[in-house]
Write a new protein. Sequence first.
Length: 69
Amino acid sequence: MTDSSGSNKKSSALHAMRAVLWSFFGVRSKNEYQADINRLTMTQIIVAGIFGAVLFVMTLLLLVYFVTR
């Protein structure tokens, strides 16, 4: 019997980031949405959403900086 909890946690974080990033673009299918509801916890989604929002804002700030420089 193998314990895959370590790799499961890692893949869950990646799944959460993928779900949030696709949601930012607005291209979520109903089947993927249902699978994410069953697989991810609310905490994982919130953390991934905050990380994605910070990454998005930092990207915009860098873009404005380089354009106005």
